[in-house]
Ligand binder design. Sequence first.
Ligand SMILES: Cc1cc2nc3c(=O)[nH]c(=O)nc-3n(C[C@H](O)[C@H](O)[C@H](O)COP(=O)(O)O)c2cc1C
Length: 368
Amino acid sequence: MSGSTFGTIFKITTWGESHGMGVGVVVDGCPAGLALCETDIQNYLNRRKPGQSKFSTPRKEDDTVEIQSGIFEGRTTGTPISMTVYNKNQRSADYSEIASYYRPGHADYTFDRKYGFRDYRGGGRSSARETIGRVAAGAVAAKLLDMLGVHFLTYVKSIGPVAIDPSRFDAAQIEKNPFRMPDADAACEAQNYLNTCMQAQDSSGGVVECIIRGVPAGIGEPVFRKLDGELAKAIFSIGAVKGFEIGDGFEAARAVGSDNNDCFYYDENGRICKKTNHAGGILGGISDGSNIILRAAFKPTPSIGSPQETVSKDGQNITVRVKGRHDPIIVPRAVVVVESMAALTLTDLMLENMHAKVSSISDFYNHP
Ligand SMILES: Cc1cc2nc3c(=O)[nH]c(=O)nc-3n(C[C@H](O)[C@H](O)[C@H](O)COP(=O)(O)O)c2cc1C
């Protein structure tokens, strides 16, 4: 299984299974001298952890991070940063049934077909607990980006048929409701919708939107490591993501060129600006200096309590009600996972951009 490493310069490897000893990450390539402590990581992990409301899995997990290496006297040393979260609230018995059948919509069938053997406890490596490593690493990347003036605003844009109203957008609301929606009225509507879903032992999908401010123009490596392509890869690597958009995304296909193009102009300081941002901050795979806007569509949680048809491993057609403690909606907990993957992608490409021009290299080496 060689797919657990992400990034070229700022490289992460996540490890661990849902019901194993723990989960974690090794971040290699973080420059030395970045002020970093466990609280920086924990603040990110707390946005992901379960049990925050009745609309997330009732598993009570503290998800407390331990940093094993790479930091000395509050600063990164330039060596691998290893971080672990120990699994404390496993109830593997809840999942023992999954060993004998394939959950519709989950990865049980494909893991078996690929490896011929799988850790079925809680989904093993296909469990959302794997995203803990991404979020811990994302917190490091975000700290570095913050120093460079790059900031994230990430939230839930819609849940099922309920979408936020842009005229009511209030960023202060994001951490005030269990759905992380920047619109209190939409959050109330989403609550009613989800209560109906949960009564039917069903689940819902939703959309996460991420706005990234302060990214300088010039980030992205054409032609195969374009910024939009790398972001798409990063976001699609998160379980349950079924769609990805930059800027107007699929809407652009319905527009005419004269509406879709973002016209340039010089502002009063002689800087090149755009009148609109249909492109979502990326042209030709390179950041253009305006806000980067991306969206991730998440499917409804596959493990649901309502009866579904499937097959058992011993050759029977059966009907199952999936047991265990599952999220009835994924997007509120996925907000920080999307933000982390975007932060990791940008950090990697911003480091890579440092040697795009001979002048940057000579500035660096000729500097006294
Ligand atoms: C933050 C987060 C939480 C999730 N919670 C659950 C869950 O409680 N139960 C479940 O069956 N799937 C959950 N998933 C989705 C599965 O991980 C995902 O559907 C599965 O790995 C199959 O991958 P696929 O949907 O991309 O095909 C969650 C995903 C994320 C990102």
